[in-house]
Ligand binder design. Structure first.
Ligand SMILES: [Zn+2]
Length: 162
């Protein structure tokens, strides 16, 4: 998918993005109040859409992002979608900084987070690879880094199936 398609159908503005994320189950499309169980409405609060309990005695508010991949981020949802797009297109951090206007720190953080989520998915959904007539090559990455305790470690293992 080209960026222009993503932009026109998902990330051209925040409202379009919210609708797309809800209709694709990536953020909740309905929410019950955590305090009184009343069905919440989407309302604008300081220019940001949030869930708000309509119960006059409650009026509890929570983020549309609650319990989603996007919770905890301060970026707008359509900005995150754009970063995910460029990550999936194998864009370098520098190129994505230019495309999105975000800092290196922001892009590196999101790239790491997206990679970690994908890695966890693969761990949780592990499958056998290869089979009769298939060649599987396994190669430990040459990447060596120091972790916070100063220990060096090799982390990544790649494989190729032909
Ligand atoms: Zn409530």
């Amino acid at each position: 998918m080209k960026f222009l398609e993503v932009h026109s159908t998902i990330s051209r503005d925040e409202d379009t993005c919210i609708d797309w994320l809800m209709s694709n189950g990536l953020i909740c499309s309905a929410m019950n109040c955590k305090k009184c169980e009343t069905g919440c409405n989407v309302v604008l609060k300081k220019g940001v859409k949030v869930w708000r309990c309509p119960n006059r005695g409650c009026q509890s508010v929570c983020s549309l992002r609650m319990n989603s991949f996007f919770s905890g981020s301060h970026l707008k949802l359509h900005e995150i979608i754009n970063i995910i797009y460029w990550w999936s297109a194998k864009s370098t951090v520098t190129s994505t900084m230019k495309e999105t206007g975000h800092s290196e720190h922001t892009i590196v953080d999101w790239y790491n987070f997206i990679r970690d989520v994908c890695a966890q998915y693969l761990i949780d959904h592990a499958q056998k690879i290869g089979g009769v007539g298939k060649t599987v090559e396994i190669d430990e990455s040459k990447l060596e880094r120091e972790n916070t305790t100063g220990e060096e470690y090799r982390k990544v293992t790649g494989c190729l199936v032909e």
